[in-house]
Design a protein around this ligand. Structure first.
Ligand SMILES: [Zn+2]
Length: 385
């Protein structure tokens, strides 16, 4: 199957300029193709082949009135016109609306990078006309038999530039069960699954609590060291040190210890997530249902925000999603208004006065008494789209 990956780019100023130019050319070419195609249809009542549009741009416009097209990779224009052709075909096939003009401030800056000349390097890649670009992480290696990445595109999200690429990976064929699995994520437990499996909140374990404690102690020590090394403050409250920070051997040592504890904590949490999500997906349900997390809303609650941040609930859901997709398991996010906690999984009665502290769900209608999160997971498992 083909997987896709998005990698953040670290371009130079010149490269960024070229990215903007290329995005501009792609948008221009797409719009040009759309307008030409419409005019052709009005005149002759037939569809203008996208290949003829490209020929016209290359042979007539590029050498004369549109010399600026030469400043960017030649595949930028080519692919943009092909993109228009594909969008138009989707319309003919009844799969989409007729393509619209790409407006400058509404459409996402994006352009195609020639896949044949795109080559992975140690800390980035080389691309046609753009040269070597540094990336925030290495590109995935192509496996044997694969020559190129599929459909490489460079996009801008308003802040950063990214490279999106597709690549082939083999996965074992798995036979799925007919189970619909509800997964309730939360604060008390990391996740409660409708097959009655509970995944603990790793932050409540002795090991993590000890590390957190050690971290706090060292952070206090470091703060004190800085304080003792401060002579006075400047007008804008910057400290003036007695000894330069880099000469404080003990301070540097403590700082290093702190970053090691941070790393350890991150590893423990990440491992726990991977273990839990892999185990859940390995039960091979036909679908998983999770709630749509209102992280922003929950973060406003001071008591909850730290617990949520360290639980990495978003990351948990992301892992479930990509691991499930590898096996062809359907991933459903319940509507954000779906009251998974309040409904009785036994009779469907809705309890309006359920409080956060009520750990057991008691139904006044059918009399059932059940763990609150387990009840929620059963409701998610039964969720109807
Ligand atoms: Zn009930």
């Amino acid at each position: 199957m083909i997987l896709a990956q998005k990698i953040r780019l670290l371009p130079t100023k010149e490269q960024e300029e070229l990215f903007w130019k290329s995005s501009g050319v792609a948008r221009w070419a797409y719009n040009f193709a759309l307008k030409e195609s419409e005019m052709w249809y009005q005149d002759k009542n037939e569809t203008l082949n996208q290949m003829n549009i490209r020929k016209f741009i290359n042979n007539v416009l590029k050498p004369n009135s549109h010399k600026w097209l030469k400043e960017v990779g030649s595949n930028v224009m080519k692919q943009a016109v092909i993109d228009f052709g594909l969008a138009r075909q989707r319309f003919f096939d009844g799969k989409a609306d007729y393509p619209k003009l790409k407006r400058k401030y509404k459409s996402k800056p994006s352009f195609f990078v020639n896949h044949e000349s795109l080559k992975r390097t140690k800390d980035g890649f080389r691309g046609e006309k753009i040269g070597f670009i540094k990336t925030s992480q290495p590109l995935p290696k192509l496996t044997k038999g694969q020559k190129y990445y599929k459909n490489p595109r460079i996009t801008h999200d308003g802040r950063n530039w990214y490279l999106s690429i597709g690549f082939e990976r083999e996965f074992e064929e798995v036979e799925l069960t007919d189970v619909s699995l509800g997964i309730d994520v939360g604060i008390k437990e990391l996740a409660v699954v409708s097959n009655k499996t509970f995944y603990k909140n790793i932050n409540k374990t002795k090991r993590v609590k000890q590390l957190e404690k050690r971290l706090k102690r060292k952070q206090r020590q470091v703060a004190r060291m800085l304080e003792n090394n401060t002579k006075s403050y400047t007008n804008n409250r910057k400290p003036i040190y007695i000894q330069p920070i880099k000469d404080l051997k003990n301070f540097q040592k403590k700082k290093h210890e702190i970053s090691m504890i941070f790393k350890k904590l991150t590893d423990i949490r990440q491992n726990h997530l991977h273990q839990a999500t892999s185990e859940i997906v390995k039960t091979k349900p036909s679908r998983t249902v999770m709630e749509t997390l209102n992280i922003k809303g929950m973060m406003k609650n001071k008591h909850l925000s730290k617990a949520i941040a360290s639980q990495k609930l978003h990351e948990f859901q992301r892992q479930i999603q990509y691991k499930a997709e590898k096996f062809g398991i359907e991933v459903i996010k319940a509507d954000k208004w779906f009251a998974s906690s309040k409904i009785c999984s036994n009779c469907g009665h809705k309890k309006v006065d359920l409080k956060l502290k009520d750990r057991t769900y008691y139904c006044s209608n059918c009399g059932i008494s059940i763990d609150r999160d387990y009840n929620a997971s059963l409701n998610l498992a039964n969720y109807l789209i």
